[in-house]
Write a protein that binds this ligand. Structure first.
Ligand SMILES: O=C(O)COP(=O)(O)O
Ligand SMILES: [Mg+2]
Length: 222
């Protein structure tokens, strides 16, 4: 049970929305535009989670840690943004239990924030089109702070915008980046096991709790 919670911070990709089907389409359009082979959804699923810059680099190098050519990266960035903006919510879906969870927390008057490594200019239209934008008092995107999750910066900025103490914010996420950011910011953290954690089991990162569905979360907040 989580006590003394004044706000809840939600990760986006892999926690609220299964967005990889559309991200993979944008990645493969980028690959086609650059005369590179398609990478496919399965690989993209393991590459998402550290922001667009890392995703593009991983796609260009077809690897998790490869070094991409700077000139190729410069060509790829605006193309990827354009391709993803064109299909940000075609095949993406809300995970089961998300709408009920957000509704229940909002009804209790808890302020909610979305804290994602995705650029805000891409996250905002996704939240709107998938129909959950109204639940969030603020959106912190990947470019809003100098360092991405697992750095604490984005969570601290969300808490500041909500006017709450960071240690009284519950972080909810799907990846080790979310757990790390929560630990670095001093926030309690709940995790879902179904998202994008680079192919690893989220339990390895020792969140305070793992919930099979976000529908279970409201009952865990005192
Ligand atoms: O764009 C990404 O890397 C994914 O972002 P998120 O899981 O932090 O929402
Ligand atoms: Mg995520």
């Amino acid at each position: 049970m989580f006590h003394d919670i004044d706000a809840v911070l939600f990760d986006l990709d892999g926690t609220l929305v299964d967005s990889v089907p559309d991200i993979a389409i944008a990645v493969d359009r980028l690959m086609a535009a650059l005369d590179l082979p398609a990478r496919g959804e399965a690989k993209v699923r393991t590459w998402v989670g550290n922001g667009s810059e890392n995703l593009i680099r991983r796609a260009l190098t077809d690897s998790m840690d490869g070094q991409a050519d700077a000139e190729l990266m410069a060509r790829a960035r605006p193309l990827y943004r354009r391709f993803y903006a064109d299909c940000v919510c075609v095949y993406s879906t809300l995970y089961a239990g998300v709408a009920d969870c957000l509704q229940a927390l909002a009804a209790r008057g808890l302020p909610l924030a979305c804290v994602t490594n995705k650029p805000a200019e891409l996250a905002a239209p996704l939240l709107t089109r998938i129909g959950i934008e109204r639940y969030f008092a603020t959106l912190v995107g990947g470019e809003c702070t100098p360092a991405h999750k697992p750095a604490p910066d984005a969570l601290l900025l969300a808490a500041e915008r909500l006017g709450v103490t960071p240690t009284r914010c519950l972080m909810v996420g799907d990846s080790k980046n979310d757990i790390g950011a929560a630990r670095n910011a001093g926030c309690p953290v709940a995790a879902v096991p179904y998202g994008y954690n680079h192919g690893r089991d989220i339990r390895e990162s020792a969140p305070d709790v793992v919930v099979a569905s976000l529908a279970e979360l409201p009952a865990l907040i005192a």
